[in-house]
Ligand binder design. Structure first.
Ligand SMILES: C[S@@+](CC[C@H](N)C(=O)[O-])C[C@H]1O[C@@H](n2cnc3c(N)ncnc32)[C@H](O)[C@@H]1O
Length: 227
């Protein structure tokens, strides 16, 4: 069986092109995301298990499909959200305004340099962003996530991943044809990178919806008492 890391396609949507590309994706994003990613998102949110009163961060909020759910679960805590694309952030702002709490902040920002002090958050969520990043950038971005998590804090990554069945290859074929058709997302595997970054309790689940292959990966920042 081929090594999944060596079969990862190269990232073909450069970071500076992300805001421009997502300007035209933003208005139609939700329909496709609901169709192919609702199940994985549900699983990721269940694994993150956000509780009221927590400090939470979502990196790459997109149109706010998860961010809205974080606000509902954490109405009296504090939830931060960032994204690189102003067009996607605008959609999240609209959604968040209907969540019934003002205990949140949304800013333009990048996963590569989080503007938060060390050990700020109980939980960090990130979905369908690693598929856009060059593999060489996985470690530094995970380092940032780990830095802002408190000891014991939870990280959940949801990503497009490698197909496990022949009929799941169609989506990556779209990416090969024109990366922007999939918002620059290709299949990745992140669990080995979480382990290498020093996260503990790393677990992975494969989820397929309309033959779109997703992975949900959970990890925890170790505490002083962790083995
Ligand atoms: C496929 S969308 C996923 C949106 C949302 N997380 C979801 O699950 O529906 C990818 C998102 O990642 C954002 N993004 C890409 N690179 C980023 C970076 N370095 N930092 C923050 N956001 C980034 C894009 O602007 C876009 O909103």
């Amino acid at each position: 069986m081929p090594d999944p890391l060596s079969t990862m396609l190269p990232a073909r949507l450069p970071q500076p092109a992300v805001p421009r590309t997502y300007r035209w994706i933003a208005p139609c994003y939700d329909a496709l995301a609901r169709l192919v990613a609702a199940r994985a998102r549900q699983c990721g949110l269940a694994w993150l298990n956000p509780r009221d009163g927590e400090q939470l961060l979502e990196v790459a909020v997109g149109t706010g499909l998860s961010f809205q759910r974080l606000l509902c679960a954490n109405p009296t805590g504090w939830t931060e959200g960032i994204d690189l694309s102003p067009a996607m952030l605008r959609q999240t702002r609209r959604r968040a305004a209907r969540a019934g709490t003002d205990r949140y902040r949304l800013c333009r920002g990048t996963a590569y340099a989080l503007a938060y002090p060390e050990a700020t958050f109980d939980g960090v969520l990130n979905s369908y962003m690693f598929g856009l990043l060059p593999v060489a950038d996985f470690a530094p971005v995970l380092h940032e996530f780990k830095r802002v998590l408190r000891p014991g804090g939870r990280l959940v990554l949801i990503s497009m991943t490698h197909p496990e069945r022949w009929y799941q290859h169609a989506w990556e074929a779209l990416y090969r044809l024109h990366p922007a058709l999939l918002g620059g997302c290709r299949g990745v595997q992140t669990a080995p990178f979480l382990r290498a970054a020093g996260f503990v309790d790393v677990q992975r689940r494969f989820v397929s919806q309309w033959a779109f292959p997703s992975e949900v990966v959970h990890g925890r920042k170790p505490t002083a008492a962790s083995p």
